[in-house]
Write a protein that binds this ligand. Structure first.
Ligand SMILES: [Zn+2]
Length: 247
C-alpha cells in the first residue's frame, strides 16, 4: 500500500523545513496538494528541550502546515550518513509515499547532518527506482529532487512567492517553543544557542524579504534544481510577466 503525496520534504532534524521552505509547503497544502515532511532524526542532540517536548512541538508544527504525512525515521541525531542502512530507510519512505517531487537541503550547508541528508536523499531518490533493490514495495522514482536554501546561498532556479503563507511559516517555527527565543516563556530559557537568540527569527524574516524582493513579492523562498529545466512553452510560462511590477 502506498499513499500518493504530491510533495515530500526531507530534513535532517524536526525543525529544518519550518526554518527554510515551510512557506512553500504550506502554500502547496493550501492549493490542495498532499504534502509531507520526513525528518531523518528526532533532533535528540539539540541543546534545549527534551525528546518528549520536541515530539509535541513537531506534531504542533505539522498541524499548522496542513501536512498529510509527518514522520521521524529514527536515524541517530548527529550521525546522519549516506550509508546503506539509511539509504534503505529513505527508499522505503519514498516508495511508501510515492511523492511527485522531493525537497532536500542544499548540499553546501553549515550542519554536517544537513549535508549528508542532501546526498542521502538524492542517492535514495535515484535508487528507489531500481527494481532489484527489494524492500517489498514497488520501485518508484520522484519526478525531481529540489533543494531548499538554509544558511548558505545559491543562485536559485526559481523563487516561490510565499507572501500569503509567511505568517503561518513563522507560526510553525514558533511551535518549537523550546528551541527558539520566546519572551513570554522564561521557563524554557536554557542555555542560549544560535537559533534561540532573539536575532535568529529576525534573520529568517529578513531572508524571506530579501528573496521576495527579487521577484517583486513581500516574501520569497529560493530553490535550486541541479539539472536544466525542460520547458515546452516559454510564452505560457513567462508571457504574463510583462504585467508584473518587476518583469
Ligand atoms: Zn537541522
Amino acid at each position: 500500500m502506498s499513499l500518493q503525496l504530491d510533495a515530500l520534504a526531507f530534513a535532517a532534524h524536526p525543525d529544518d523545513v519550518e526554518l527554510s521552505c515551510a512557506g512553500t509547503i504550506i502554500k502547496l497544502a493550501k492549493i490542495g496538494y498532499k504534502t509531507g515532511i520526513v525528518s531523518l532524526t528526532a533532533g535528540e542532540m539539540g541543546t534545549r528541550g527534551t525528546p518528549e517536548i520536541r515530539q509535541k512541538e513537531f506534531e504542533a508544527a505539522g498541524e499548522i502546515m496542513g501536512l498529510s504525512v509527518h514522520k521521524i525515521l529514527g536515524v541517530p541525531d548527529s550521525r546522519v550518513q549516506a550509508n546503506e542502512e539509511n539509504r534503505l530507510k529513505v527508499i522505503k519512505a519514498i516508495r511508501a509515499y510515492t511523492p511527485k517531487i522531493v525537497f532536500a537541503p542544499y548540499w553546501e550547508t553549515r550542519h554536517p547532518d544537513h549535508a549528508h541528508c542532501s546526498h542521502l536523499v538524492r542517492e535514495s531518490a535515484f535508487f528507489s527506482g531500481l527494481k532489484k533493490i527489494d524492500t517489498g514495495q514497488a520501485p518508484f522514482r520522484p519526478g525531481k529532487v529540489i533543494y531548499y536554501m538554509e544558511m548558505y546561498d545559491f543562485s536559485p532556479s526559481f523563487i516561490v512567492d510565499v507572501s500569503d503563507t509567511f505568517a503561518d511559516k513563522i507560526k510553525s517555527i514558533r511551535a518549537y517553543d523550546s528551541q527558539f527565543h520566546n519572551p513570554q516563556n522564561s521557563a524554557n530559557e536554557d542555555e542560549e544557542t544560535f537559533i534561540s537568540s532573539p536575532e535568529f527569527l529576525e534573520f529568517i524574516i529578513h531572508r524571506g524579504e530579501y528573496w521576495g524582493n527579487k521577484i517583486g513579492a513581500k516574501y520569497g523562498e529560493p530553490f535550486l534544481i541541479r539539472e536544466p529545466i525542460s520547458i515546452t512553452d516559454p510564452v505560457a510560462l513567462f508571457g504574463e510577466a510583462h504585467l508584473t511590477k518587476f518583469p
